[in-house]
Design a protein around this ligand. Structure first.
Ligand code: NAP
Length: 243
């Protein structure tokens, strides 16, 4: 049976590396993005150039109607959707709690947690023969990210609870749900937080003395989705260089 994976936020960083890795493994790949069509197109073209199958779908996965359109479009192109990576995550400028507005807090929760909930619901509705989901959480769920992004850390804590609950609720349907919790990974998300060189600055505090690459996270995601992980559900892999 063909394997088709939807990767939310697949146009850059960890999502883009995951799209590439899954395409190499023979998946049909659905590259979801929000704003940057040219980056999404580039991921798609790179996959096609290597003989893989891919499509791009613009959709804000924090909105239920757009999630429904994402899944419909993907299904029309590739048939059954068998795998899902809830990868989208956003953060805003680093600051302490007194400067985080209620509006910002809700934006982060909607993009980071509601999106995973909505996509998982859509996936379960379409997925009659079992499947696998990976939720992309963060080491921030453990650290709490004080004075930086309490809102982001709270969203990732919620993501961990979702992973646990979904894995138990969906096990009898043969849908496995697991999570990766990256630490400091070299992507553009740190520029959004106001410090593009953040990973370099913090590298000396990481036991392995360096930041991780998107590909190192993608490898773990691909393994959790694969049949090699067929007895793994409700599990969390920390990919944080020992931190
Ligand atoms: P990134 O480089 O900032 O990429 C974010 C992706 O999400 C982009 O493709 C963006 O699309 C898309 N996106 C954002 N909001 C969206 C929405 N509402 N609907 C659809 N797509 C949306 O992020 P990253 O660093 O690779 O992080 C990926 C995941 O890993 C996130 O969940 C993040 O929290 C987690 N993580 C990252 C690190 C790290 O150090 N990088 C550490 C721990 C956890 P457009 O560009 O088109 O807007």
């Amino acid at each position: 049976m063909p394997k088709t994976a939807i990767i939310t936020g697949g146009s850059r960083g960890i999502g883009a590396a995951t799209c590439q890795r899954l395409a190499e493994q023979g998946y049909n790949v659905v590259v979801n993005y929000l704003n940057n069509q040219s980056a999404a197109n580039q991921v798609c073209q790179q996959i096609k150039a290597l003989g893989g199958q891919a499509m791009i779908v613009q959709a804000d996965v924090a909105r239920e109607a757009e999630v429904a359109r994402l899944f419909d479009t993907a299904q029309q192109q590739f048939g059954a959707i068998t795998h899902l990576v809830n990868n989208v995550g956003i953060l805003f400028e680093k600051t302490d709690l007194s400067h985080i507005s209620a509006e910002r807090f809700m934006k982060v929760l909607n993009a980071n947690v509601l999106s995973a909930f909505l996509c998982t619901k859509a996936f379960v509705k379409l997925c009659a023969n079992g499947g696998a989901i990976v939720n992309v959480s963060s080491a921030a769920a453990r650290s709490g990210a004080p004075f930086e992004y309490l809102d982001y850390a709270a969203s990732k804590g919620a993501m961990d609870a979702l992973t646990k609950g979904m894995s138990l609720e969906l096990a009898a349907k043969n849908i496995r749900v697991n999570s990766v919790r990256p630490g400091f990974i070299e992507t553009d998300i740190h520029a959004d937080g106001g410090e593009p060189e953040r990973v370099k600055r913090l590298s000396p505090q990481i036991p392995l003395q360096r930041g991780g690459t998107p590909e190192e996270v993608a490898n773990a995601i691909a393994w959790l989705l694969s049949d090699e992980a067929s007895y793994v559900t409700g599990s969390f892999i920390d990919i944080a260089g020992g931190k």
